[in-house]
Design a protein around this ligand. Sequence first.
Ligand code: ARG
Length: 500
Amino acid sequence: MAEPDPLLSDPSLADPAAVAPGGHGIGATAAPLWHGRFAEGPAEELWEYTLSLPFDQRLAPYDIAGCRAHARGLADADILTDDDVAAVIAALDTVGAELAGGLLEFAPTDEDIHTVIERRVTELAGAAGARLHTGRSRNDQVATAFRLFCKDAVATLAEHVVELQAVLLEQAAGAGTAYLPGYTHMQQAQPVLLAHHLLAHFWAFSRDLDRLADAARRLDVSPLGAGALAGSSLPLDPAATAQRLGFAGSFRNSLDAVSDRDFAAEILFAAALIGVHLSRIGEEIVIWSTEEFGFVRLADAYSTGSSMLPQKKNPDIAELARGKAGRVIGNLTGLLATIKALPLAYNRDLQEDKEPVFDSVDQVRRGLGAVAGMLATIEFRTDRMQASADSPYAAATDLAEYLVRSGVPFRDAHAVVGSVVRRSIDNGVPLADLVAAEPLLGDAAVGLLGSGVSVTQRTTPGGAGPDPVAEQLQSARLQCDSDRSTAERLRSTVSVSVLS
Ligand code: ARG
C-alpha cells in the first residue's frame, strides 16, 4: 500500500550534502537559476541549509503536470510555437520517466525538484525548454505543484477513512446484541451495545471525511499565472491553465496565490484530528487487550511479540495510533508557527510547508490502514464484556427511573437507590435482596437487575439499546455509502494521482 520512499530508493538524497556543490552528479557546469546577477557561486553552507531537493522531489509528477499546462498556455499566448510545445512535452515525458526510474542524476546546482525538471527539459528540448519558465516563477510553480499533491492526498486520506468506516460498520452489524460496560471517568456507568460503541467511532470518522471534503473545496484553486507575486505583462490566461490542471478555478489575487498556505494548514488539521480519533481507538484497544480487561484478542498478524518475554503479545498498532497523534499535532502547530506573521508575499520560510504535510499524510494514511486491519481481524470476547457489564450496580439508574415511573421525583429516587447501593456494598449484601426488601422497589424492580436487562432499557433515539441501535445501523449504512461517494468524487477531481 505504501509507495517506495524516494529517500530510500536513492540513498544519495538522504544527505543534503550529497547534492551540494562539489557533490556527485552530472551537470557540473550548470549554474544556479539566478547566476546572471551573481559574480560568485553559492557557499556550501548556503546550499546545505536551503536545499529542498531531498524532500520535494516527491512533487515531481505534480510539477510536470504544471509544466505541461504552462507550456500549452505559452503556446496560446504565441510565446511557444507548436513545435516548441511538442518538444517541451516530449522532454517532460522523458524527465518524468527518468525520475520515476531513478535514472536522472541530480546536478550540484539543482536546488529543488522544479530546478531539476527545468534544467533537464532545457537539456532535452534546447531553446524551447529555455522558454518554459516564461511568465512563471517558482513561487507560483511550487504552490501549484503542492496544491496538486494536496488534492491527491485529500482523496487518498478520504478513501482510507471510508475503508475504516466500513470496517467499523461491519463489526457493529456483526456484534448483534453483545454488550459491554459503558464508562464515564473510566468507571463503569451503564451497559451499552458493542455495536453502539463501535458506531460512536464511525461517526467521528464520518465528520473527518466531511472535513476533508470541505478542505478540498478551498484547496481547488490554481495559483499558476501569479508569477513571482504580481502576475505578468505577457498575455497569459490563468483560468485556462487552471482548467487544464483540473482545478475548479484560478486565483483572484496574485499576492494571495503565492503566499497562501491555508490549504496546507487545513489538511494538517484534518489529518491531526483523524490522528486524534485513531489515538482514542488505540487507547481503548490497549486497555481492552490487557489481561485484566480481556475484552479483545488481536490477530497475530496485527500484534507483535517481545524479544525477551515469550508469552507476550503486544498491541503495537494501537500504541502507535496513540503515539503518532502527537507527531501529527506537532506538524500542524509547526506549520501554523511558520506561517504566522509572514509578510506578503512569498518568503523562503514557505519551503517549510512540505515536510509536515508529507509526513502527516503518510503517517495518517498508514495509521488508517493499520487500524482498519487490526479492527477487521480483532476477536471481541463478548463473554468477558457481558460478565463485566452484568454488575447489578450498573442497573442503578434503571431502578431510579423505575421509581420515577411510579411518581417519585428523580432526586428522591436517586437518594433511595443510592442508599440501597451503599448498604449493599458496606454490608456485603446482594443488591437484589435489598431491592426486594425496599418498600418503594420490591420484587418487580429486582427483574431490572437480571443479566442483559439493563441495556434493553435504553430506548431513546440515538441511545445504546437494541431498538435505537438498529435504527442507527440503518443510518450509518446510508452515511457510509454517501461518504464513499464523497471520496470517489474527490478522487475524480484529481488530475495527478500518485498516492494510494
Ligand atoms: N523550493 C522552494 C520552495 O519550496 C521553491 C521556491 C523558491 N523560490 C524562491 N524565490 N527562492 O518554496
